[in-house]
Design a protein around this ligand. Structure first.
Ligand code: COA
Length: 168
């Protein structure tokens, strides 16, 4: 995987116009809106580039955010300080081109996102993700993400737990 794809910050040279991951909202966001969000510092965007062809094979975005403490599921919430919110980073969007389905790229993008959050010099207790539909929620749940209380399409994983997934 790491040899076939390079994961790098979105740049002008990356062609986005034919990106198709199977979800129209994600495709439209990546084709038309993501660069505006990056420009305004609302998100960072990283893409998976197929090295042999230079094609954009997938992407994810990260934004600083927080989770209300009363939405963190038990028993995770019990161990946390009683501040009203938990500092976290949101994976707002994640998608991989349909041509690269089932080749481990979705996992590689997710693991890269976790490493980026874990090594950033800004505190974040958890990473959480907005799942676009139930299938996407199942994808995150398979890695141990837990649905937030009252928001089952938003899933939550402590960074310390997430690191266990990505460390050798
Ligand atoms: C979800 C998505 C990113 C997965 O990408 P992918 O490249 O097919 O996934 P991978 O090949 O890396 O699979 C990684 C693992 O997750 C599993 N998986 C993939 N989709 C899954 C799902 N919906 N539910 C549960 N597990 C799933 C795979 O079986 C695989 O597990 P395995 O290694 O035990 O076989 C991709 O289907 C996609 O882009 N979908 C459309 C957009 C989307 O739903 N984005 C999610 C965030 S909104």
């Amino acid at each position: 995987m790491s040899v076939r794809f390079a994961i790098e910050p979105l740049a002008k040279a990356h062609k986005r116009t034919d990106f198709t991951c199977g979800n129209d909202r994600i495709d439209a966001y990546f084709r038309e809106t993501v660069s505006q969000d990056v420009k305004r510092n609302y998100a960072t965007c990283f893409i998976g580039r197929e090295i042999a062809t230079d094609r954009v094979a997938g992407f994810y975005t990260l934004s600083s955010s927080n989770v209300p403490l009363n939405e963190v599921p038990e028993p995770l919430a019990k161990k946390l300080p009683r501040y009203p919110t938990v500092p976290a980073v949101l994976i707002g969007w994640l998608g991989r081109h349909s041509d690269y389905a089932g080749q481990g790229l979705g996992e590689a993008l997710l693991f890269d996102a976790i490493k980026t959050v874990a090594t950033a010099p800004i505190g974040a207790h958890a990473v959480f993700a907005d799942a676009i539909d139930d299938r996407a929620a199942a994808f995150y749940a398979a890695y141990g993400f837990t649905p937030l209380v009252r928001r089952p399409r938003t899933l939550y994983l402590p960074v310390a737990t997430a690191l266990n997934l990505v460390l050798p």
